[in-house]
Design a protein around this ligand. Structure first.
Ligand SMILES: [Zn+2]
Length: 404
């Protein structure tokens, strides 16, 4: 039996509602995955995530390798046990992070040498070492190590990075197969590994199967995207596909067009994950173009800056007009913040630098996106996605972009 089976249950043009099985449970798609970069969705307890209906969350290989160390997490039984989340997890490979370390990294065909943003220590990421890290973390879905470039890169730069990413994908696959076949344990890259308390450590390392997702790159160049998708499919029968390098400064119509191009090149019976895209209007537009999974730090990062998604558009709770506003953040929201607290109270917490203010806004924003995708699923199942998405975008004050 395939532990990562994806079944499309309803279709509405290119949009689909499906179920994605993993060793830690099922994800109903389309779905928004909250980002827990450092093994925590900032300010939210896993209980909060469960209550709002979140099914799958993210961790990040770069950050967790540097701190607290992927081998420490492995010795605590893997990321699920370490952070107390027993549902599905996806780890990003850290490609985005190491390539963002402008001036602190050198790229070669072998991999990337970089200095830690924490203490300046030197590290090397190769497709092989990243697979070892992601194996130690033990997420259900692991992303390949890819060559990430700035959003406005010219075609030659985008081609070079995309082709390298495909070569690195082949190396990731070979290494993961070696690790899953019980190859030698990865080299210990942590010196002075601390003695762990208690007598039960190390817990058994995670041993469930992991799904490796390739990442389709190619910037905003249609031909490169098509070429990347085809080369990736020649390399294997993948359990799902990442779509990378979007929402990085390109115009929205370019992003939506690329999604339509990629949609035509990927198998319809595998989940597609649009990486790092989390604004509500983008989720709705991408669902209409066949995307199943999303993640973004936007809901928690914006929440910490005082911004809340609402059904009528975005609001900033710091504005003076909310000082005496008795309404919840969003009258249409049933999150535990909106069920209990007024805008006036949340604004008071925020302007007083009270931790609860950050937490309530983050909780509301993540809930908002989880629920948005649940509503999209319901609309697909009911055959009303087109009307639902138009109404939703109009109320959110966004003009719908016609599909090609
Ligand atoms: Zn709410």
């Amino acid at each position: 039996m395939n532990p990562f089976e994806f079944s499309v249950q309803h279709e509405s043009d290119t949009a689909r509602a499906g179920r994605f099985a993993t060793p830690h449970g099922v994800v109903d798609t389309p779905a928004f995955m909250a980002v827990g970069t450092l093994a925590t969705v900032k300010s939210l307890d896993p209980i909060d995530l469960r209550e709002m209906g979140a099914q799958m969350i993210l961790g990040n290989a770069y950050h967790l390798h540097l701190r607290p160390g992927d081998e420490l997490i492995r010795d605590f039984g893997g990321l699920h046990r370490f952070m107390g989340w027993d549902g599905p997890i996806l780890t990003d490979s850290g490609g985005f992070q190491v390539f963002s370390l402008e001036g602190l990294r050198t790229v070669s065909e072998d991999g990337v040498e970089f200095r830690s943003h924490i203490d300046g220590s030197k590290h090397v990421f190769t497709p092989e070492s990243v697979m070892q890290i992601e194996r130690n973390l033990g997420a259900d879905v692991i992303m390949q190590f890819d060559h990430v470039i700035p959003g406005q890169s010219d075609e030659a730069t985008a081609r070079d990075a995309s082709e390298r990413s495909v070569r690195w994908l082949a190396r990731c696959l070979a290494e993961l197969e070696r690790l899953q076949a019980g190859g030698p344990p990865p080299k210990n890259t942590i010196t002075n590994f601390p003695a762990l308390p208690g007598t039960t450590f190390p817990l058994p390392a995670p041993s469930h199967p992991q799904a490796l997702f390739p990442i389709v790159q190619g910037g905003i160049h249609d031909a490169l995207r098509i070429d990347a998708a085809r080369r990736i499919r020649e390399l294997g029968d993948w359990p799902g596909f990442g779509i990378g390098g979007l929402s990085v400064g390109e115009a929205k119509p370019d992003m939506y067009r690329i999604l339509e191009v990629v949609d035509g090149e990927l198998p319809r019976d595998r989940p597609r994950y649009l990486m790092g895209v989390g604004f509500p209007e983008d989720l709705v537009e991408a669902v209409r173009r066949g995307v199943d999974l999303f993640d973004c730090v936007a809901p928690t990062r914006m929440g910490r800056n005082g911004a809340a998604f609402t059904s009528d558009g975005r609001l900033n709770i710091k504005r003076a007009e909310f000082r005496t506003d008795p309404r919840p953040l969003d009258e249409a929201c049933d999150c535990s913040a909106c069920r209990r607290f007024s805008r006036a109270y949340v604004r008071h917490l925020f302007t007083s630098d009270e931790i609860l203010g950050l937490r309530l806004l983050s909780l509301h924003n993540v809930h908002f996106l989880v629920r948005l995708m649940r509503d999209a699923r319901d609309a697909i199942r009911a055959g009303t996605l087109d009307a639902w998405s138009r109404d939703w975008l109009t109320r959110y004050h966004i003009r719908p972009v016609p599909t090609a």
